[in-house]
Design a protein around this ligand. Structure first.
Ligand SMILES: Nc1nc2c(c(=O)[nH]1)N[C@H]1C(S)=C(S)[C@@H](COP(=O)(O)OP(=O)(O)OC[C@H]3O[C@@H](n4cnc5c(=O)[nH]c(N)nc54)[C@H](O)[C@@H]3O)O[C@H]1N2
Ligand SMILES: Nc1nc2c(c(=O)[nH]1)N[C@H]1C(S)=C(S)[C@@H](COP(=O)(O)OP(=O)(O)OC[C@H]3O[C@@H](n4cnc5c(=O)[nH]c(N)nc54)[C@H](O)[C@@H]3O)O[C@H]1N2
Ligand code: SF4
Ligand SMILES: [Mo]
Length: 692
């Protein structure tokens, strides 16, 4: 299957559903070219623009290549090089001392700089578990949606991407695949050429929405209501698959009673759209079983995000779309891969586990956590933070608080990074990490159903080390002897999956390494005959698990925290809803420092509707100030009807220090959480805009 190697085989490590297979051309020890593997079915030989530039990033002149310690004041970003021995000695001394006295005062902070299971979640977790450190709730992105799927299907499961090409109707819901899920877009276009109708549901006319047949520009955070309104039409017009409902769902009568309260007229009012749009959408959706929904995470970054995903996830079971491989819904496919999280992360290493459970800090509230002085409820003040695979000073909400926390002189901060990010500026110890071309890893995907192996293509640049090796080095310097901390990357990778799971078809790590990827065995129409992974084995419209937790067992619409319905007083002062979804040429805050990509994005912009601009005497191209009680940022106004009225859109996530005013959209976003899953609410944010 795979050609012999004049190239090395790698996997795109980024937090993107596509998890592309890459070919790396190496000359004299340098990666000179990275391209999409034509043999890998999901990749089809194509990488996105950003990652085509991966070699430029790997050999970028500003790569961190030596361990460094802080010389100036916190946050100034002045460092001097030291040896690895010295760096590990300092880290071991401080973490050792704090760990003896108050282990929970140590907090790891990480997210998806790499999606690799080895460099992401393995030795690092084992290390912090062994110390008894605080645990991090990794909920900055997808936790509300994951919870919505878990309560409805039992896990993050959905339609197989390839069959969207055969769908007749595709709802692209809270998703902007041209920017953030390119290989799905290819399938959607295939379907479009075959006559499928594409509908975007998005408050903003995104790059994707403008290429669909219809764009439904609802108010942000109102998707749950729209889904319930669709159900109202499906039920009152009897466009239901009664057999599927009887055999494979749980709680239809209760759901029906709930949905009947969401008349199209009521829903139209909540969503800010025409009543007929709700009716027509439901009718179109029910017109074929080859009706597919591609949700994405954009719709769940609001208070009601978990419920909205749950409501939408119920739709294919009502119409029986699951009977077709080209019908159903996909938000994440990650639950199909039999990852052995316990083997990777070893929670059993926690002293006193499971009776003793160290506290959990939600990463979305890192601003509050780092500025908390400690009390009985919170536990000890955070004295040390170790950041890897993340750039919280740029990406976490309510940035002023985050920066204030990191600026604490009494906080010991270690940052493992490839570049000197906004967060790295606050480090006491800044440790150089390898990139995907320099280390070994193993991947699942949340957009397709292959598992993949990434083998190093080049030696580490400078003195950079893989995350795993950095934690092993610190553990050694601390005198720890737990064997699990010193397992090789290869051994960790070999145990990343439960190889006895039938989805892996009897393969093993050696086979995965040899082949580069393996397609999981999953039925083409995975829920045609039920088989959901919930307690009832059915698609749970009504969830006993939620009921037992004292939560609403049925999906519902919850108004955003910050909206005229949710907080009228706030809405009177800050009438505009701001969303800050990803810019096409950045990947979260990664790539912002690659000059060619930053040049394409230009400078920070905010898009606002002509009526909202006129009202504020703002002209296209004016410099504006976006603000609320939490903070402010400056940007260049683009006056455009891409943004529906009442909406402000600031494509993100800029490095603060590369923005003209040293700020980004997270100055105004809030630390409030979603209904389910404790997720971030980046798109639940009221602001005002004025000419600067
Ligand atoms: N180029 C690029 N690709 C990326 C990323 C990147 O930064 N850049 N980030 C990666 C990551 S980490 C993730 S999580 C995904 C994110 O990508 P997606 O999951 O697609 O999510 P977003 O881009 O946050 O939002 C998608 C769309 O939802 C819209 N939206 C915002 N609020 C609402 C709402 O309340 N309702 C509805 N219906 N729509 C809403 C936005 O306007 C946006 O057009 O992409 C990944 N891929
Ligand atoms: N306003 C606003 N804020 C948002 C969002 C939004 O849409 N709007 N999106 C949110 C979402 S969906 C997400 S997922 C988060 C993303 O937040 P993060 O996961 O923090 O993502 P990045 O900003 O890409 O930062 C990842 C960092 O990891 C580093 N890195 C990559 N590989 C490695 C490695 O192997 N080792 C080490 N040590 N470092 C590595 C990269 O250099 C990069 O600086 O941001 C969230 N923040
Ligand atoms: S960021 Fe996504 S689309 Fe781009 S190469 Fe990586 S996996 Fe593929
Ligand atoms: Mo994300």
């Amino acid at each position: 299957m795979n050609a012999p190697t004049e190239f090395a085989r790698a996997v795109c490590p980024h937090d993107c559903p596509d998890t592309c297979a890459m070919r790396v051309t190496v000359e004299k020890g340098r990666a000179v070219k990275v391209s999409g593997d034509p043999d890998h079915p999901p990749t089809q030989g194509v990488l996105c623009t950003k990652v085509t530039r991966y070699a430029e990033r790997v050999h970028h002149p500003k790569r961190l290549t030596q361990p460094m310690k802080r010389v100036g004041r916190k946050g100034e970003g002045h460092f001097e090089p030291i040896s690895w021995d010295e760096a590990c000695r300092i880290a071991a001394e401080r973490l050792g001392e704090i760990g003896q006295r108050a282990p929970e005062a140590i907090l790891p902070y990480s997210y998806a700089g790499t999606m690799g299971l080895v460099q992401g979640d393995s030795i690092a977790q084992r290390f912090f578990h062994k110390l008894g450190a605080s645990r991090l709730e990794r909920a900055i992105c997808a936790a509300a949606g994951a919870a919505g799927l878990r309560y409805t299907f039992g896990s993050s499961l959905g339609m197989l991407t390839e069959y969207f090409a055969e769908s007749e109707v595709i709802l692209i819901w809270g998703a902007n695949p041209i920017a953030s899920n390119l290989h799905f877009w290819t399938r959607a276009q295939e379907a479009k050429r075959n006559g499928a109708k594409l509908i975007a549901i998005d408050p903003y006319r995104s790059l994707t929405a403008e290429k669909c047949h219809q764009h439904i520009a609802l108010k942000p955070g109102t998707d749950g209501a729209l889904a319930l309104g669709m159900m109202h039409v499906l039920i009152t017009e009897d466009r239901l698959d009664h057999d599927y409902i009887a055999a494979h769902t749980h709680g239809f009568d209760a759901l029906k009673a709930r949905a009947l309260t969401y008349t199209p007229a009521r829903v139209a009012g909540i969503c800010g759209i025409e009543e007929q749009v709700v009716v027509d959408l439901a009718r179109l959706y029910a017109s074929t079983r080859k009706a597919a929904i591609r949700m994405n995470y954009g719709l769940q970054r609001v208070r009601g995000g978990g419920n909205a995903v749950r409501a939408i996830a119920c739709l294919p079971a009502l119409t029986g779309a699951w009977r077709e491989r080209a019908g159903g819904v996909l938000l994440s496919s990650s639950g199909w891969a039999p990852v052995d999280a316990n083997a990777l992360q070893r929670p059993d290493l926690i002293p006193g586990w499971p009776q003793h459970q160290p506290r959990i800090v939600n990463m979305n509230q890192i601003g509050d956590a780092l500025t908390h002085t400690g009390d009985a409820a919170f536990g000890p003040k955070v004295e040390a933070i170790v950041v890897y695979n993340s750039n919280p000073v740029a990406v976490a909400p309510e940035s002023a608080k985050v920066a204030a926390g990191f600026a604490r002189e009494d906080l010991f901060t270690i940052v493992l990074e490839q570049f000197q990010t906004d967060t790295a500026d606050y480090a006491d110890l800044l440790l150089p990490a390898t990139t995907q071309l320099e280390h070994l890893d193993v991947h699942k995907s949340y957009g397709h159903t292959h598992v993949m192996a990434n083998l190093p293509a080049i030696s580490p640049v400078g003195e950079a080390r893989p995350n795993t090796e950095i934690f092993r080095s610190i553990a050694r310097a601390m005198g720890l002897t737990e064997p699990a901390l010193f397992e090789s990357d290869e051994d960790v990778a070999a145990h990343a999956f439960d190889w006895s799971d039938p989805a892996l078809g009897g393969a093993d790590w050696a086979a995965l390494k040899r082949e580069g990827w393996l397609k999981l065995n999953i039925a083409e129409a995975p829920f045609a005959n039920g088989g959901f992974r919930t307690p009832t084995g059915k698609c749970e419209f009504h969830s006993e698990v939620l009921a037992k937790a004292g939560l609403d067992p049925l999906p519902d619409y919850l108004p955003p925290h910050e909206s005229a319905d949710g907080s009228p007083e706030l809405a009177a002062r800050y009438p505009l809803a701001m969303i800050s979804p990803p810019a096409r040429n950045f990947l979260n805050s990664t790539f912002v420092n690659v000059e060619s990509l930053r040049a394409t994005e230009g400078e920070p912009h905010v898009d606002l509707h002509p009526a909202d601009a006129a009202h504020r005497e703002i002209a296209d191209g004016d410099e504006v100030r976006v603000f609320n009680d939490r903070g402010s940022m400056r940007a260049r106004a683009r006056v455009t009807d891409r943004a529906r009225s009442g909406l402000v859109v600031g494509l993100s996530i800029w490095w603060k220090k590369l923005a003209p005013d040293g700020r980004n959209a997270n100055e105004v976003t809030s630390q409030a959480l979603t209904d389910l899953g404790g997720s971030a609410t980046f798109y639940d944010c009221l602001v005002e805009v004025e000419r600067a």
